[in-house]
Write a protein that binds this ligand. Sequence first.
Ligand code: TMP
Ligand code: MG
Length: 322
Amino acid sequence: MVFHIPWIYTPVRTILAIWHQLTKTEIPELTRVSVMMRERSRVEDTMYAMQKAGAGSLQVISDFDMTLTKFAHKGKRVPTTHNILNNRLLIDDDSTVKMKKLFNTYYPIEIDASLNPEEKLPYMVEWWTKVHDLLIQQRIRKDELARAVRDSNAVLREGCSAFFDCLAEQRVPLLIFSAGVGDILEEVIRQNHVFHPNVHIISNYMDFDHTGVLQAFKGQLIHSYNKRAGALSHGATLRELHGQPNVLLLGDSLGDLSMADGVSTAQNILTVGFLNDQVEERKESFLNSFDIVLLRDETMDVPNAILRFIVSSEISKVHREK
Ligand code: TMP
Ligand code: MG
């Protein structure tokens, strides 16, 4: 009724508009207590710019271990691709103990909030080199890998399949950039039925001899803190994605932020960091580095919501055309 009184119309409409602006939650998932942002307005501006450009301008670059896979499931740590290889099916008892010891020595360094990436770097090279040498000595067989993955407790984050499927449907390239083991990573996503044609992978791949026995790792070693070098040296893979100047980047380590360094034509980059472990100690550095920080969130709810938002104009276009 008040709208029929002309003098009251404008102020009421203004108040309603302000109220809508204050309470608008285009993405309700971003209002959860587990979501932190240093600069909400930057996040919103970037998301609107990405939505305007649409799915055709988007690419996703994601880390794998503890980003697309869970950190923990039913109270137990989820194995990384390296840790899936730490299986008696593939390596002897002595080596499983050694690999566990190496993990217990170097993983705390990887996530130590008091050390900067340069200080961590030599330890990471040491860790990866020792583990890869050990795996090579164990003469791992290529035809045993699928069984090792099947027997493992590897589990993708809740909603991860929907994420992969939506990207495939919208023809958005997904680059998985992992310092893990590429052969295992591929097997995990294959067994989860999400290894779609839009998926590209940069990782450490095993080199097998003609009898199918591991003899080396191919190419330049990728560890948690040299992804920038990896991104620059894999120019060919990244060139394919150059038509997509908007990047949604997902990671669980500060080292993952350099995964998009090879995308020379990037216009908008939105970074999402899963803060899984040492949460209080690392909160500040994560907030200073990622646009969105997810605290102990084992789901893909937020990346899925952002993706839906970005491609929503595309979805409505498809519906309009139908
Ligand atoms: P990502 O780049 O896909 O996250 O993979 C790297 C992770 O793998 C990193 O967080 C450390 C972890 N890792 C192990 O769990 N075990 C190992 O033996 C090695 C070398 C790395
Ligand atoms: Mg990771």
